[in-house]
Design a protein around this ligand. Structure first.
Ligand SMILES: Nc1ncnc2c1ncn2[C@@H]1O[C@H](COP(=O)(O)OP(=O)(O)OP(=O)(O)O)[C@@H](O)[C@H]1O
Ligand SMILES: CC(C)(CO)[C@@H](O)C(=O)[O-]
Ligand code: BAL
Length: 286
Protein backbone atom coordinates (compact mmCIF):
# COMPACT_ATOMS: atom_id res chain seq x y z
CA UNK A 1 0.00 0.00 0.00
CA UNK A 2 1.22 3.45 -0.93
CA UNK A 3 0.84 6.35 1.54
CA UNK A 4 0.69 9.92 0.23
CA UNK A 5 0.43 13.16 2.16
CA UNK A 6 -0.30 15.74 -0.54
CA UNK A 7 -3.27 16.35 -2.82
CA UNK A 8 -0.94 16.39 -5.86
CA UNK A 9 0.42 12.91 -5.06
CA UNK A 10 -3.10 11.64 -4.37
CA UNK A 11 -4.39 12.90 -7.72
CA UNK A 12 -1.44 11.33 -9.52
CA UNK A 13 -2.02 7.90 -7.93
CA UNK A 14 -5.77 8.01 -8.59
CA UNK A 15 -5.17 9.07 -12.20
CA UNK A 16 -2.83 6.10 -12.69
CA UNK A 17 -5.44 3.69 -11.26
CA UNK A 18 -8.13 5.11 -13.56
CA UNK A 19 -5.79 4.92 -16.56
CA UNK A 20 -5.36 1.22 -15.72
CA UNK A 21 -9.14 0.85 -15.98
CA UNK A 22 -9.96 0.71 -12.29
CA UNK A 23 -12.89 2.26 -10.47
CA UNK A 24 -12.28 4.10 -7.21
CA UNK A 25 -13.77 3.17 -3.81
CA UNK A 26 -13.16 5.65 -1.00
CA UNK A 27 -13.18 5.16 2.80
CA UNK A 28 -12.75 8.44 4.73
CA UNK A 29 -11.67 8.08 8.38
CA UNK A 30 -10.07 9.93 11.24
CA UNK A 31 -7.68 7.03 11.95
CA UNK A 32 -7.09 4.90 15.07
CA UNK A 33 -8.51 2.13 12.96
CA UNK A 34 -10.55 -0.79 14.28
CA UNK A 35 -12.51 -3.64 12.71
CA UNK A 36 -15.40 -1.27 11.89
CA UNK A 37 -13.15 0.78 9.61
CA UNK A 38 -11.70 -2.39 8.13
CA UNK A 39 -15.21 -3.63 7.31
CA UNK A 40 -15.62 -0.50 5.16
CA UNK A 41 -12.35 -1.24 3.35
CA UNK A 42 -13.48 -4.85 2.81
CA UNK A 43 -16.78 -3.68 1.33
CA UNK A 44 -14.89 -1.41 -1.04
CA UNK A 45 -12.57 -4.24 -2.06
CA UNK A 46 -15.48 -6.63 -2.53
CA UNK A 47 -16.97 -4.13 -4.98
CA UNK A 48 -13.78 -4.50 -7.05
CA UNK A 49 -12.45 -0.97 -6.60
CA UNK A 50 -9.00 0.50 -6.30
CA UNK A 51 -9.43 1.34 -2.61
CA UNK A 52 -8.41 4.74 -1.27
CA UNK A 53 -8.62 5.39 2.49
CA UNK A 54 -7.99 8.74 4.13
CA UNK A 55 -6.90 9.55 7.65
CA UNK A 56 -7.44 13.13 8.70
CA UNK A 57 -8.45 14.32 12.16
CA UNK A 58 -10.51 17.23 10.90
CA UNK A 59 -10.32 20.18 13.32
CA UNK A 60 -13.33 21.85 11.65
CA UNK A 61 -15.75 19.24 12.98
CA UNK A 62 -14.67 19.43 16.64
CA UNK A 63 -16.55 21.89 18.81
CA UNK A 64 -14.50 20.88 21.84
CA UNK A 65 -10.76 21.69 21.78
CA UNK A 66 -9.85 19.02 24.33
CA UNK A 67 -11.73 16.36 22.32
CA UNK A 68 -9.62 17.33 19.28
CA UNK A 69 -6.38 17.42 21.22
CA UNK A 70 -6.71 13.99 22.79
CA UNK A 71 -8.09 12.28 19.66
CA UNK A 72 -5.81 9.21 19.16
CA UNK A 73 -3.29 9.47 16.32
CA UNK A 74 -1.81 6.07 15.45
CA UNK A 75 -0.59 6.35 11.85
CA UNK A 76 1.98 3.51 11.85
CA UNK A 77 -0.48 0.95 13.28
CA UNK A 78 -3.21 2.23 10.94
CA UNK A 79 -0.95 1.78 7.91
CA UNK A 80 -0.33 -1.83 8.91
CA UNK A 81 -4.03 -2.57 9.33
CA UNK A 82 -4.92 -0.98 5.98
CA UNK A 83 -2.11 -2.78 4.26
CA UNK A 84 -3.28 -6.15 5.66
CA UNK A 85 -6.80 -5.35 4.46
CA UNK A 86 -5.34 -4.77 0.98
CA UNK A 87 -6.17 -1.10 0.82
CA UNK A 88 -4.36 0.31 -2.23
CA UNK A 89 -3.71 3.91 -1.26
CA UNK A 90 -3.73 5.90 1.99
CA UNK A 91 -4.12 9.68 1.88
CA UNK A 92 -2.96 11.22 5.17
CA UNK A 93 -2.75 15.00 4.75
CA UNK A 94 -1.81 17.43 7.51
CA UNK A 95 -3.97 20.39 8.51
CA UNK A 96 -2.02 22.86 6.33
CA UNK A 97 -2.51 20.67 3.26
CA UNK A 98 -6.28 20.62 3.82
CA UNK A 99 -6.71 24.21 5.02
CA UNK A 100 -3.79 26.17 3.54
CA UNK A 101 -5.47 29.54 4.18
CA UNK A 102 -6.45 28.54 7.72
CA UNK A 103 -9.76 27.21 8.99
CA UNK A 104 -11.45 30.61 9.29
CA UNK A 105 -10.77 31.49 5.64
CA UNK A 106 -12.01 28.12 4.34
CA UNK A 107 -15.29 28.14 2.36
CA UNK A 108 -17.81 26.07 4.31
CA UNK A 109 -20.54 23.65 3.25
CA UNK A 110 -23.80 23.67 5.20
CA UNK A 111 -26.35 20.88 4.73
CA UNK A 112 -29.68 22.10 6.13
CA UNK A 113 -32.40 20.29 8.08
CA UNK A 114 -30.95 16.79 8.29
CA UNK A 115 -27.89 18.14 10.14
CA UNK A 116 -30.09 19.72 12.80
CA UNK A 117 -30.77 18.10 16.18
CA UNK A 118 -29.31 14.78 17.38
CA UNK A 119 -25.49 15.05 17.14
CA UNK A 120 -25.84 18.32 15.21
CA UNK A 121 -27.78 19.75 18.15
CA UNK A 122 -25.19 18.93 20.77
CA UNK A 123 -22.02 19.44 18.70
CA UNK A 124 -22.29 22.98 17.34
CA UNK A 125 -20.94 23.29 13.80
CA UNK A 126 -20.04 19.59 13.69
CA UNK A 127 -21.85 18.73 10.47
CA UNK A 128 -20.67 21.91 8.69
CA UNK A 129 -17.16 20.65 9.47
CA UNK A 130 -17.98 17.14 8.26
CA UNK A 131 -19.74 18.38 5.08
CA UNK A 132 -16.86 20.74 4.30
CA UNK A 133 -14.09 18.18 4.70
CA UNK A 134 -16.02 15.42 2.93
CA UNK A 135 -16.73 17.78 -0.01
CA UNK A 136 -13.01 18.54 -0.23
CA UNK A 137 -12.06 14.87 0.05
CA UNK A 138 -14.61 13.92 -2.62
CA UNK A 139 -13.19 16.56 -4.98
CA UNK A 140 -9.66 15.41 -4.24
CA UNK A 141 -10.28 11.66 -4.64
CA UNK A 142 -13.22 11.77 -7.11
CA UNK A 143 -14.40 8.27 -6.17
CA UNK A 144 -17.16 6.24 -7.82
CA UNK A 145 -18.37 4.94 -4.47
CA UNK A 146 -17.73 6.11 -0.90
CA UNK A 147 -18.27 3.93 2.18
CA UNK A 148 -19.57 5.15 5.55
CA UNK A 149 -20.61 3.41 8.76
CA UNK A 150 -24.26 3.21 9.86
CA UNK A 151 -23.09 3.88 13.41
CA UNK A 152 -22.94 7.53 12.31
CA UNK A 153 -26.44 7.37 10.79
CA UNK A 154 -27.01 11.13 10.81
CA UNK A 155 -23.63 11.63 9.12
CA UNK A 156 -24.67 9.25 6.31
CA UNK A 157 -27.92 11.21 5.88
CA UNK A 158 -25.99 14.49 5.72
CA UNK A 159 -23.59 13.10 3.11
CA UNK A 160 -26.36 11.61 0.98
CA UNK A 161 -28.05 15.03 0.86
CA UNK A 162 -24.73 16.74 0.19
CA UNK A 163 -23.97 14.66 -2.92
CA UNK A 164 -27.54 15.03 -4.13
CA UNK A 165 -27.71 18.81 -3.63
CA UNK A 166 -24.26 19.46 -5.11
CA UNK A 167 -24.65 17.01 -8.02
CA UNK A 168 -21.64 14.92 -7.08
CA UNK A 169 -21.66 11.66 -9.10
CA UNK A 170 -20.74 9.49 -6.13
CA UNK A 171 -22.67 6.49 -4.84
CA UNK A 172 -22.85 6.50 -1.02
CA UNK A 173 -22.77 3.05 0.59
CA UNK A 174 -23.83 2.68 4.25
CA UNK A 175 -22.19 -0.30 5.99
CA UNK A 176 -23.72 -2.00 9.09
CA UNK A 177 -22.16 -1.26 12.47
CA UNK A 178 -19.38 -3.63 13.55
CA UNK A 179 -19.76 -4.59 17.20
CA UNK A 180 -17.72 -6.24 19.93
CA UNK A 181 -19.00 -9.66 21.09
CA UNK A 182 -20.94 -7.96 23.91
CA UNK A 183 -22.75 -5.68 21.44
CA UNK A 184 -20.80 -2.46 21.98
CA UNK A 185 -20.39 -0.58 18.69
CA UNK A 186 -16.69 -0.35 17.84
CA UNK A 187 -15.44 3.22 18.11
CA UNK A 188 -12.11 4.96 18.51
CA UNK A 189 -13.55 6.74 21.54
CA UNK A 190 -14.11 3.39 23.35
CA UNK A 191 -10.40 3.64 24.12
CA UNK A 192 -11.18 6.41 26.63
CA UNK A 193 -13.21 4.02 28.81
CA UNK A 194 -11.82 2.60 32.08
CA UNK A 195 -12.17 -1.16 32.63
CA UNK A 196 -15.36 -0.73 34.64
CA UNK A 197 -16.84 1.75 32.14
CA UNK A 198 -16.03 -0.71 29.35
CA UNK A 199 -18.03 -3.36 31.24
CA UNK A 200 -20.95 -0.95 31.50
CA UNK A 201 -20.79 0.39 27.92
CA UNK A 202 -22.73 -2.45 26.16
CA UNK A 203 -25.78 -1.32 28.09
CA UNK A 204 -26.22 1.45 25.53
CA UNK A 205 -27.00 -1.02 22.74
CA UNK A 206 -28.91 -3.36 25.08
CA UNK A 207 -31.14 -0.43 26.02
CA UNK A 208 -31.82 0.27 22.33
CA UNK A 209 -32.72 -3.40 21.86
CA UNK A 210 -35.07 -3.31 24.87
CA UNK A 211 -36.64 -0.11 23.57
CA UNK A 212 -37.22 -1.77 20.20
CA UNK A 213 -38.90 -4.72 21.94
CA UNK A 214 -41.17 -2.36 23.90
CA UNK A 215 -42.13 -0.58 20.69
CA UNK A 216 -42.89 -3.91 19.01
CA UNK A 217 -45.15 -4.75 21.94
CA UNK A 218 -47.10 -1.53 21.43
CA UNK A 219 -45.48 0.98 23.78
CA UNK A 220 -45.78 4.61 22.69
CA UNK A 221 -42.76 6.39 21.20
CA UNK A 222 -42.68 8.93 24.04
CA UNK A 223 -42.90 6.34 26.80
CA UNK A 224 -40.20 4.21 25.16
CA UNK A 225 -37.79 7.11 24.81
CA UNK A 226 -38.36 8.23 28.37
CA UNK A 227 -37.83 4.78 29.81
CA UNK A 228 -34.60 4.35 27.79
CA UNK A 229 -33.20 7.68 29.01
CA UNK A 230 -34.15 6.87 32.58
CA UNK A 231 -32.53 3.43 32.44
CA UNK A 232 -29.29 4.80 30.98
CA UNK A 233 -29.02 7.68 33.43
CA UNK A 234 -29.73 5.31 36.34
CA UNK A 235 -26.92 3.04 35.12
CA UNK A 236 -24.35 5.84 35.24
CA UNK A 237 -24.57 7.22 31.70
CA UNK A 238 -25.18 10.90 31.18
CA UNK A 239 -27.70 10.89 28.34
CA UNK A 240 -27.28 13.48 25.60
CA UNK A 241 -30.28 12.30 23.61
CA UNK A 242 -32.48 9.31 22.93
CA UNK A 243 -34.80 9.93 20.00
CA UNK A 244 -36.95 8.05 17.54
CA UNK A 245 -36.88 9.33 13.99
CA UNK A 246 -37.99 8.18 10.56
CA UNK A 247 -35.23 6.17 8.84
CA UNK A 248 -35.69 7.80 5.48
CA UNK A 249 -35.38 11.49 6.25
CA UNK A 250 -34.48 11.52 9.96
CA UNK A 251 -37.47 13.67 10.79
CA UNK A 252 -39.31 13.02 14.07
CA UNK A 253 -41.29 9.80 13.93
CA UNK A 254 -44.97 9.55 14.74
CA UNK A 255 -46.90 6.50 15.96
CA UNK A 256 -47.97 5.74 12.36
CA UNK A 257 -44.46 5.48 10.92
CA UNK A 258 -43.24 1.97 10.08
CA UNK A 259 -39.55 2.35 9.21
CA UNK A 260 -38.09 4.05 12.23
CA UNK A 261 -34.76 4.31 13.99
CA UNK A 262 -33.88 4.74 17.66
CA UNK A 263 -30.79 6.92 18.05
CA UNK A 264 -28.87 7.64 21.23
CA UNK A 265 -25.80 9.49 22.43
CA UNK A 266 -24.61 9.31 26.02
CA UNK A 267 -21.49 10.13 27.96
CA UNK A 268 -19.91 7.35 29.96
CA UNK A 269 -17.07 8.86 31.95
CA UNK A 270 -14.90 10.74 29.42
CA UNK A 271 -16.36 9.08 26.31
CA UNK A 272 -19.36 10.24 24.32
CA UNK A 273 -20.80 7.06 22.83
CA UNK A 274 -23.36 6.94 20.02
CA UNK A 275 -25.42 4.09 18.66
CA UNK A 276 -28.66 3.44 16.84
CA UNK A 277 -31.07 0.68 15.95
CA UNK A 278 -33.23 0.80 12.83
CA UNK A 279 -36.45 -1.21 12.98
CA UNK A 280 -39.68 -1.78 11.19
CA UNK A 281 -42.72 -1.63 13.45
CA UNK A 282 -44.69 -3.79 11.03
CA UNK A 283 -42.32 -6.75 11.22
CA UNK A 284 -41.34 -8.96 14.13
CA UNK A 285 -38.23 -7.72 15.91
CA UNK A 286 -35.14 -9.86 15.20
N1 LIG B 1 -18.32 0.18 14.49
C1 LIG B 1 -18.30 0.62 13.26
N2 LIG B 1 -18.79 -0.13 12.26
C2 LIG B 1 -18.80 0.32 10.97
N3 LIG B 1 -18.32 1.52 10.61
C3 LIG B 1 -17.81 2.32 11.57
C4 LIG B 1 -17.77 1.90 12.93
N4 LIG B 1 -17.20 2.90 13.66
C5 LIG B 1 -16.91 3.88 12.79
N5 LIG B 1 -17.27 3.53 11.54
C6 LIG B 1 -17.20 4.35 10.34
O1 LIG B 1 -15.86 4.62 10.00
C7 LIG B 1 -15.79 5.90 9.36
C8 LIG B 1 -14.74 6.70 10.05
O2 LIG B 1 -15.18 6.96 11.38
P1 LIG B 1 -14.25 7.47 12.54
O3 LIG B 1 -12.83 7.49 12.06
O4 LIG B 1 -14.83 8.69 13.12
O5 LIG B 1 -14.34 6.25 13.56
P2 LIG B 1 -14.99 6.12 14.95
O6 LIG B 1 -14.45 4.90 15.58
O7 LIG B 1 -16.46 6.26 14.77
O8 LIG B 1 -14.44 7.30 15.74
P3 LIG B 1 -15.20 8.17 16.81
O9 LIG B 1 -14.98 7.51 18.08
O10 LIG B 1 -14.48 9.46 16.61
O11 LIG B 1 -16.63 8.30 16.40
C9 LIG B 1 -17.17 6.51 9.46
O12 LIG B 1 -17.86 6.30 8.25
C10 LIG B 1 -17.78 5.73 10.59
O13 LIG B 1 -19.21 5.69 10.54
C1 LIG C 1 -16.35 11.27 7.59
C2 LIG C 1 -15.20 11.79 8.45
C3 LIG C 1 -13.92 11.05 8.09
C4 LIG C 1 -15.00 13.26 8.09
O1 LIG C 1 -13.97 13.82 8.84
C5 LIG C 1 -15.53 11.66 9.95
O2 LIG C 1 -16.63 12.42 10.29
C6 LIG C 1 -15.64 10.26 10.41
O3 LIG C 1 -14.59 9.68 10.65
O4 LIG C 1 -16.76 9.73 10.53
N1 BAL D 1 -17.37 9.40 13.52
C1 BAL D 1 -17.72 10.79 13.65
C2 BAL D 1 -16.54 11.66 13.77
C3 BAL D 1 -16.57 12.52 14.97
O1 BAL D 1 -17.00 12.07 16.04
O2 BAL D 1 -16.17 13.67 14.89
Amino acid sequence: MQTVHTIAELRQAVRAARAAGQTIGFVPTMGNLHDGHISLVERARAAGHFVVASIFVNPLQFDDASDLQRYPRTLAADQQRLSSAQCDLLFAPDVDEMYPQGQQAQSKVHVPVVSEGLCGGSRAGHFDGVATVVSKLFNQVQPDQAFFGQKDWQQVAVIRKLVQDLDMPIDIVAVPTARADDGLALSSRNGYLSDSERQQAPMLYRTLQQTAEQLQQGASLDASVQSASKALNAAGFNVDYVEIRRQQDLQSASENDGEIIILAAAFLGPARLIDNLPLSLNRPFE
